[in-house]
Design a protein around this ligand. Structure first.
Ligand code: 26V
Length: 796
């Protein structure tokens, strides 16, 4: 497409789709017109992919996920369709600012963090690999809350991305599926009919997901909850206006909000309803499609692979059994076998408080037939294994991890260490009973968004050096290695990083009114705020560093900017205190005339996918400092390494694999191993001992306790200080001394010529972390799926 063709397409949509004249168009109108012009280019390859899936009778992958953290889509589509020149040219011609138009798009935050972003990367990789697939989730009216700071405190505001028309989705009113809750069960022999007492409708909305060069396009189908019976006109006519609208409002509640807590399972009824709603709608849709093509249900596992992203869609097990057994008359044991061979399950956390368990009473009330089937599935499993050691129902609760495991033919962890720990801890007994079921698929990230699109400077340098094959074959980055000896390559590598830092510094100045020196180390920790991720350890180190600079301001300190980003779950008190402390520390440090040249703290509010795209390319140092054994994988860690940031990190999650690949000398390792953590926890005095041994740590904690950062309320941080001194479950104190050492090693290495070599090695050796590699692994080890044959580029 030429710029002038693009311009005509934009003007056409401006006038005929949006009904706007050039002279009155706002930035919104232009952005929508550009989006529609780009979307037009997606439709043909997308339809083509669907046609070929049917024509070739290809096996389809169904990715069921409660969250898809997709972020903005316009630039992604432009990049994958190679329309940058056309779009930029058209914008310039129309006198519009391209960057500003891209920024106008709301960031679709239909997820909490890592799990949801992984699902979005997977969707893009499945399209790039021409793996016939469909993502299924919920079309939340309100995604993850927007975060604001008020006196340093986190304030949550509703996120309203759907206030504007969503340019990328196609409404599918004809894809409307009845979903029931409650009611009673009528048993007929071993089978049963379920008569729900409450009904609503799941309506589909389809977003095309286009792969690299437009070769293939899959669909993300998100369900919206609609009332079965809309507005009650008779009530309205009687003057009962609010009641007339009630059923509608009630039904819609189901897809209203994303639950914002990914750390503590609370067993909320609405959450279980959401889970069943989207899972049941997806399964019915999948079976409808299967039955339109095949008439033998036994072939389901050959033609469909259904992936459960964590336990949130775990009700898929019993629901699929119900559809096969109750509704289609298949023998129960056979139905379980078919369902199991179709289903697989990914575990994303071992934290006990995040593992889903549903109260049996609640489950029996909302899903009476499913609870009966869960009992039978459980009994069958005990019979098959000849052991009563494992049970999915215990102490009045249904344990969704166990249920998912029992109903899946493969169960996977998301990094080597995490998979290993799954076998040794949470799923130990199940692993002994089914020793081949657990497999590892280490996470990955899409290089289209997380390098090509977010870091154009580094991408151009890479393409100029090794050609552009790396974009869909990321391991080609290895070809950069010989150039790491070449001083002109290194200079250009460093210049790209520096220019990214200058851009970020300008944004800090303009948007946050904080000036930072781009010569400083840009030290970044961005992720959800959680005790196990240890933002407070990073803060203590910052405080200790600050005190040391104050003691001796002229000692030639290496300047640093500590950058934090992340949201705390609204009900997570400790995490919210960390948020506030971060802001309070920033206030004090940034205005300290003795030290602010050397140390600043920046905490931009509302961390989201778009902000990550801005921060990661400008990072020198990536903070991956979780207590060993607690971070299942991490994916931010991969994005940083790929963009030439060095990691300071523990042996946790995928850090282990990153360090193996980029080599130990290009990674700042510190801290206890997972085994050492477990060992040390047995010593109840671990925190006190660590504090007694490290005067810097003691002073930092005392400074927090003293109210130095909250003079108007000196007791504000007693909670944090007490937790650290007496409890410290996540071993901040015990790891602090080694963390400090590693940070000073960073100071020593930064600015030396070798730093750029180390950074470049990180980029060159991170190719394995492409989500294309991960998806190939799922296709081979779990889904038994193949890419569509003979796929050609649509774009050039
Ligand atoms: C749990 C719950 C509990 C019930 C309420 C809502 C909710 C929402 C999400 C979750 C699961 C959180 C698990 C999670 O996000 N794990 C992260 O998954 C990433 C992708 O595999 C991985 O990189 C991170 O290490 C892991 O923390």
């Amino acid at each position: 497409m030429t710029p002038s063709e693009m311009k005509n397409a934009i003007l056409h949509h401006l006038v005929y789709t949006l009904g706007k004249d050039v002279s009155t168009a706002h930035i919104y109108d232009w952005r929508m017109a550009l989006s529609f012009a780009v979307r037009d280019q997606i439709v043909d390859p997308w339809f083509g992919a669907t046609r070929r899936s049917y024509a070739g009778k290809l096996k389809r992958v169904y990715y069921l996920s409660m969250e898809f953290l997709i972020g903005r889509l316009l630039k992604d589509a432009i990049i994958n369709l190679r329309l940058e020149d056309a779009a930029l040219g058209a914008m310039n011609d129309l006198g519009l600012n391209y960057e500003q138009i891209l920024e106008d798009e709301p960031d679709a935050a239909l997820g909490n963090g890592g799990l949801g972003r992984l699902a979005a990367c997977f969707m893009e990789s499945m399209s790039t690999l021409a793996c016939p697939a469909m993502g299924y989730g919920i079309r939340y009216e309100h995604g993850l809350f927007r975060q604001r700071f008020e006196d340093g405190r986190q304030v949550e505001e509703p996120e309203d991305w759907l206030n504007q028309r969503h340019a990328w989705e196609f409404e599918r009113p004809e894809v409307a599926i009845d979903i029931g809750f409650g009611g009673h069960v009528q048993e007929i022999g071993k089978r049963a009919n379920w008569y729900p007492s409450e009904m609503l409708i799941a309506m589909g909305h389809d977003t095309p997901v286009i792969g690299w060069k437009g070769r293939w396009g899959n669909t993300l189908r998100l369900w919206e909850a609609r009332p079965m019976h809309g507005f009650d006109l008779q009530r309205f006519n009687r003057g009962d206006y609010a009641a007339a609208a009630e059923p509608e409002a009630l039904a819609r509640t189901l897809s209203r909000v994303l639950y914002p807590d990914d750390t503590t399972e609370q067993g909320k009824e609405l959450r279980l309803k959401q889970e069943f709603f989207f899972t049941a709608a997806s399964l019915r849709d999948i079976l409808r499609r299967f039955e339109s093509e095949y008439n033998d249900l036994k072939r389901l596992p050959q033609k469909a692979a259904i992936q459960m992203n964590d336990t949130h869609p775990a009700i898929a097990g019993p629901e699929l059994v119900r559809l096969l057994h109750d509704e289609r008359g298949m023998d129960f044991e056979e139905a379980v076998g078919i369902a199991r061979n179709t289903l697989s399950y990914t575990n994303h956390t071992l934290l006990p408080e995040a593992l889903e368990r549903w109260d049996e009473g609640l489950m029996g009330r909302l899903l009476p037939r499913h609870l009966q089937l869960i009992y039978r599935i459980n009994e069958l499993h005990m019979k098959d294994t000849g052991s009563r050691k494992v049970t999915a129902v215990e102490d009045g609760h249904v344990k969704m991890g166990e249920l998912s495991f029992i109903m899946a033919h493969k169960v996977n962890g998301v990094s080597a260490l995490h998979t290993d720990l799954m076998k040794k801890t949470v799923f130990k007994d199940l692993h002994e009973q089914h020793p081949t079921r657990i497999v590892n698929e280490t996470n990955g990230v899409t290089p289209r968004r997380w390098l090509l699109s977010c870091n154009p400077r580094l991408s151009s340098l890479i393409t100029e050096t090794i050609g552009e094959g790396w974009v869909d074959n990321l391991e080609q980055l290895e070809r950069l290695e010989p150039h790491i000896k070449d001083s002109s390559f290194l200079e250009r590598f460093a210049a790209a990083k520096r220019a990214n830092k200058v851009d970020l510094a300008r944004w800090f100045a303009d948007d946050l009114k904080i000036s930072v020196d781009p010569e400083s180390i840009f030290d970044v920790q961005i992720k959800r705020i959680h005790e196990y991720k240890r933002q407070h350890m990073n803060l203590l180190e910052t405080i200790a560093h600050w005190l040391e600079i104050r003691d001796n301001p002229n000692a030639g300190w290496v300047p640093r900017v500590k950058i934090f980003g992340g949201k705390a779950a609204p009900g997570y008190v400790f995490a919210k205190e960390i948020v506030r402390l971060t802001n309070d520390v920033a206030k004090v440090l940034n205005s300290d005339p003795l030290t602010s040249r050397y140390l600043k703290v920046v905490y931009p509010p509302n961390y989201n996918v778009s902000l990550a795209e801005r921060l990661i390319p400008a990072a020198d140092l990536s903070e991956q400092i979780s207590t060993a054994g607690k971070e299942a994988s991490g994916t931010g860690n991969m994005k940083f390494a790929l963009n030439g940031a060095l990691t300071i990190g523990t042996l946790d999650g995928a850090n282990v694999e990153i360090r193996d690949l980029v080599k130990a000398e290009n990674f700042f390792l510190f801290g206890m191993t997972a085994e050492e953590v477990m060992e040390r926890r047995k010593d109840s005095g671990h925190a006190a001992e660590a504090i007694a041994k490290d005067s810097r740590l003691a002073r930092a904690i005392e400074t927090v306790r003293s109210g130095r950062f909250s003079p108007e309320e000196p007791g504000r941080y007693h909670g944090i200080a007490d937790n650290l001194t007496h409890h410290d479950y996540f071993m901040v104190c015990s790891d602090f001394t080694d963390f400090w050492r590693a940070q000073r090693e960073v100071d020593g290495a930064f600015g030396k010529p070798n730093w750029t070599c180390m950074a470049a090695y990180n980029t060159a050796r991170s190719g394995w972390f492409s989500s294309d590699r991960t998806i190939r692994g799922y296709m081979a080890d779990i889904w038994n799926a193949a890419p569509a044959p003979e796929v050609e580029d649509a774009a050039e």
